[in-house]
Design a protein around this ligand. Structure first.
Ligand code: MN
Length: 730
C-alpha cells in the first residue's frame, strides 16, 4: 500500500520541480546514507535506506531546500552508524550538519506518557529547534513516515509512539500550520489508539461513500453554476469530507451523532482577492440558509497559526448541512503548508525566518523562559497554547478576538491591547457584568471596562487567573517596572511567611548568605532585587525553598535539633500520651499533622496512611483529600480518625497580650505561629494604639506552662513584635 521509494523516482520528482536544487549534493547524500545504513533493516524487513528516502520525499513535497533534503536523507546516520558529525560537516557543510545534529538531539528527548512530561518535552523541542525551524520540519517528516510504518512495530511501542504523536507532533504540525501532515498524523495515531472506533467510522464512511460523493458533487455544481454569473473564469471549487479523526472527535468527544456533524461536508471556494472572498460569501448566503452563529471570519482575525479563511455553515434545499470555506490562493498556500510555505513558494528563505508570525509563538515561549524559572508554568502555557481548539469572542465593535480554550476576560483585555489589560476594572459579557475569572465562550460579546486613571495597574491575583502567556507576561512586566517598592515588600513578606511556616528564623544577612546561589542565578544584585523578583513572580518560592531548607539544615543543624525537641515535647504534652488522635481504634500509631491544611483539635479530620511515616492527618475539607479520595490507587489509604476525647479536659485557657509595630500581615503571622504549634485558638482581637503600635489579644487552649512559654517565645520572634505577656484579664 505504501509507495515504493527509489532514488530514481526521487530524482525524477526533483527535476520536475522548477526550483534550483543541487542534484549532485542530494545524490551524494543519498549514496552516503545508503552506504552507511547498508547492513541495517527496518522492522518491516526492508533495507533501512527506504526510511530516510521516504522522509526526504515528504520534505520535498513541502518544498524544502537542498540542505534540508540532504539532512533528511542523512538524519539517522550520526545516531545509528559510525559516521560522525565532523565527517558529515566536512562532506556536506555546517548547515546540513547542524540540521542533522538538531534532529538527532530531538530523538533523544525521552518518550513520556505522562501529560506533564510530554509538555516538558515540547518545551525541549522548542528550545532545541529555536535555532532553525527546519529541524522540526524534518522531525515531522520523520515522524510521519514512522507512523505510516508503525504497524510493523510491537504493540507497546505502537501505543507509546501513537500517543506521543497525538499529543506532541500533531499539535506542533497544527501550530506550524501544516494541515495535511497534522491530519495524517492524527488519523494514523487515532487508528492505533482506538482501533475499534476507527474501524467503526471507516465502515460508516464507506457505507455511504457513493451517496456522499454525490452530495458533494451536486453542491459543487450548484455553487459553480451560480458563481459563473459573476466570475470569469469560475473560481476553483473543491469538496471534501472531514478527516476520520475530525469526525471521531465530534462523535466521541462532543457526543454528536454522525448526522449532526455540520462540517462533515466541506466545500472550499478559492478566489484571487479578499474582496472576492466576501463577494462569494454574500452569494452563498443568498443561495443557502446560513446557520446562526456558525460564521467565522478568520480573514480579519487569523487563527494563531496564521490560518485565514471565511467559514460559514449553511443548509441546502434537501436539508443537508455543509460548511463552506472561502479563501484566496495566498491563504490557501498558508492553510496547506503553513510555515513550510516559505520554502514551497518563496525562494531563498533560510531556516532562520525572522518575520513569521508562527515563530512568534516559539519566541514568546523562549521569552517566558527567560522571565520565569517556573518550568511547570511554562509547560502549562505551552499546553494551553498548543490546544488546537481556539475560541473566539467579539468586542462590542464586532472585532473578533481569538483565544485558547479556557481564556478569561483578563486574557481578552490583554489581547486587545496591553493598556486595556492594565486599566481593566471589570468586564461585561453579553451586557451583563461578570467576575474577572469568567471563562469566555465562543460567540460572546465582551466589553472591557477600564479605568481613566493612567496609572491603574493589574492585580497580582490575575497572574493565577489568566490563561495566556501573553497576559501573564504583560502583567508580570508591569509589576516588574512599576512597583519595585511594592514588589520588595511583597516578596520579602512572602518569603518570610514561607520561612516561618518551615520554622526557619534568619535575619537578612543570614538569608543573603544562604540564598547566594539563587540570587546569582536570577541575575539579581542585591537581596532587595531578589525580593522584588519574588514579588513580581519572576522567582517562584516553591522552587527555592527546598534548597534553602537544605542549606539551613546543614548550617544550623544543632539549633534545629533543639527546636525539634521542643516541638516534639509540645506535641506530647498537648495530647497526654499520644498525638491526641485516635486511629480507627488503634491507640499507638505514629501520627503527624499535614502541612497543607494544618488541622486543629476539633476540626473534622481524616487520616492518610503514608509510606513508612505513619498516619498523616488532614482536614476533611483539605484540597488534597478532596482531590485524591476518588483516586482508585489512593482511596484505600484514607482512614477515619478522631480527636481523642479526653484531651480537652486536660487543657486550660490562657490569654496573651501582644504589642507590636503595626504592619500588614501581623495578625496572620501570629495566627500562623499558633496553628503551627498545633495549639487551639479561641479568640484573637487586634486594635490600633495611639502611637501607631498594635495590641493583639489572643486566647488559646494550652496543655501546660511549658507549652505556653514555648508559644510566647515563638511569638516574640515574629517581625515587629515588641512584647508578649500573659494577661490576667480573662
Ligand atoms: Mn528516522
Amino acid at each position: 500500500m505504501q509507495p515504493i521509494y527509489t532514488i530514481d523516482a526521487f530524482i525524477e520528482k526533483i527535476t520536475k520541480e522548477d526550483k534550483n536544487y543541487d542534484l549532485d549534493k542530494i545524490v551524494f547524500a543519498y549514496e552516503t546514507a545508503a552506504r552507511l545504513h547498508k547492513n541495517q533493516k527496518r522492522d518491516s524487513g526492508e533495507p533501512y535506506i527506504t526510511h530516510p528516502l521516504a522522509v526526504a520525499y515528504i520534505a520535498l513535497s513541502l518544498g524544502m531546500d537542498t540542505d534540508t533534503i540532504c539532512a533528511a536523507l542523512l538524519h539517522d546516520t550520526v545516531e545509528d552508524t559510525e559516521y560522525t558529525l565532523d565527517e558529515l560537516s566536512k562532506d556536506f557543510g555546517a548547515d546540513v550538519a547542524m540540521l542533522v545534529d538538531g534532529v538527532t538531539k530531538l530523538g533523544k528527548i525521552p518518550m513520556a506518557t505522562k501529560e506533564e512530561q510530554q509538555a516538558e518535552n515540547i518545551r525541549k523541542i522548542i528550545l532545541a529547534t529555536s535555532q532553525d525551524i527546519r529541524v522540526i520540519l524534518i522531525k515531522l517528516c520523520d515522524r510521519l513516515h514512522n507512523m505510516r510504518t508503525l504497524h510493523y512495530r510491537t504493540d507497546v511501542k505502537r501505543r507509546a509512539t501513537a500517543l506521543e504523536t497525538m499529543n506532541i507532533y500533531a499539535p506542533l504540525a497544527h501550530r506550524l500550520g501544516i494541515r495535511p501532515i497534522k491530519e495524517e498524523l492524527e488519523d494514523l495515531a487515532f487508528q492505533f489508539l482506538d482501533p475499534y472506533a476507527y474501524e467503526e467510522i471507516e465502515k460508516q464512511m464507506k457505507l455511504r461513500k457513493d451517496q456522499r460523493e454525490e452530495i458533494i458533487e451536486s453542491i459543487k455544481k450548484k455553487i459553480a453554476d451560480r458563481l459563473s454569473k459573476d466570475f470569469d473564469p469560475v473560481p476553483y471549487i473543491d469538496g471534501r469530507v472531514k478527516s476520520n479523526y475530525g469526525i471521531y472527535k465530534k462523535v466521541y468527544r462532543d457526543g454528536k451523532d454522525l448526522d449532526q456533524i455540520y462540517d462533515r461536508y466541506a466545500v472550499r471556494v478559492i478566489v484571487n482577492t479578499v474582496t472576492e472572498c466576501y463577494g462569494v460569501l454574500g452569494i452563498i448566503h443568498d443561495m443557502f440558509k446560513p446557520i446562526p452563529n456558525r460564521f467565522k471570519d478568520y480573514i480579519s482575525t487569523p487563527k494563531s497559526n496564521m490560518y485565514q479563511s471565511l467559514h460559514t455553515t449553511v443548509i441546502g434545499k434537501e436539508g443537508i448541512v455543509f460548511e463552506v470555506q472561502i479563501r484566496t490562493w495566498e491563504m490557501h498556500k498558508t492553510a496547506e503548508f503553513g510555515i513550510a510555505a516559505h520554502w514551497k513558494y518563496k525562494e531563498g528563505i533560510s531556516g532562520k525566518t525572522k518575520n513569521d508570525e508562527r515563530l512568534n509563538w516559539i519566541r514568546k515561549i523562549i521569552e517566558a523562559q527567560k522571565e520565569s524559572d517556573d518550568v511547570e508554568e511554562i509547560v502549562r502555557t505551552i499546553k494551553t497554547d498548543l490546544a488546537p481548539e481556539d475560541i473566539f469572542a467579539y468586542t462590542p465593535k464586532g472585532d473578533m478576538i481569538s483565544l485558547p480554550l479556557g481564556a478569561t476576560v483578563i486574557d481578552f483585555a490583554y489581547a486587545i491591547h496591553t493598556q486595556v489589560g492594565h486599566r481593566m476594572t471589570g468586564a461585561k459579557v453579553d451586557n451583563k457584568m461578570v467576575s474577572i475569572d469568567h471563562q469566555i465562550k465562543t460567540g460572546e460579546i465582551v466589553e472591557i471596562i477600564t479605568s481613566k486613571d493612567e496609572n491603574h495597574g493589574p492585580s497580582r491575583s490575575w497572574l493565577k487567573i489568566c490563561k495566556t502567556n501573553e497576559a501573564r507576561s504583560k502583567i508580570r512586566s508591569w509589576y516588574k517596572k512599576e512597583r519595585r517598592e511594592e514588589n520588595i515588600f511583597e516578596g520579602r513578606n512572602e518569603l518570610r511567611r514561607e520561612l516561618r511556616r518551615n520554622m526557619i528564623h534568619l535575619d537578612d544577612e543570614e538569608l543573603k548568605e544562604l540564598l547566594e546561589q539563587d540570587i546569582k542565578r536570577h541575575n539579581c544584585e542585591t537581596l532587595d532585587d531578589f525580593f522584588a523578583a519574588i514579588g513580581y513572580g519572576g522567582v517562584t518560592l516553591s522552587k527555592i525553598i527546598p534548597r534553602l531548607k537544605q542549606n539551613y539544615n546543614k548550617k544550623y543543624a544543632e539549633d534545629r535539633k533543639d527546636t525539634q525537641i521542643q516541638i516534639d515535647k509540645q506535641l506530647k504534652t498537648s495530647s497526654g500520651t499520644s498525638s491526641g488522635i485516635i486511629v480507627d481504634g488503634i491507640n499507638d500509631c505514629a501520627v503527624k499533622f499535614a502541612k497543607c491544611c494544618t488541622p486543629l483539635p476539633g476540626d473534622d479530620v481524616i487520616g492518610f496512611i503514608t509510606k513508612g511515616h505513619g498516619i498523616s492527618v488532614h482536614k476533611r475539607d483539605c484540597q488534597k483529600y478532596r482531590l485524591q479520595k476518588d483516586d482508585p490507587e489512593l482511596s484505600g489509604r484514607w482512614v477515619d480518625v478522631l480527636w481523642a476525647e479526653e484531651r480537652s479536659t486536660t487543657y486550660f485557657s490562657a490569654t496573651l497580650d501582644i504589642v507590636a509595630h503595626d504592619r500588614i500581615g501581623l495578625m496572620a503571622d501570629i495566627v500562623n505561629t499558633i496553628s503551627t504549634l498545633r495549639i487551639q485558638m479561641h479568640e484573637a482581637t487586634g486594635r490600633e494604639l495611639k502611637n501607631g503600635n498594635a495590641n493583639v489579644i489572643v486566647t488559646v487552649s494550652i496543655a501546660g506552662k511549658e507549652q505556653l512559654e514555648g508559644l510566647m517565645q515563638k511569638i516574640r520572634k515574629i517581625d515587629s513584635v515588641m512584647s508578649v505577656d500573659r494577661s490576667n484579664k480573662q
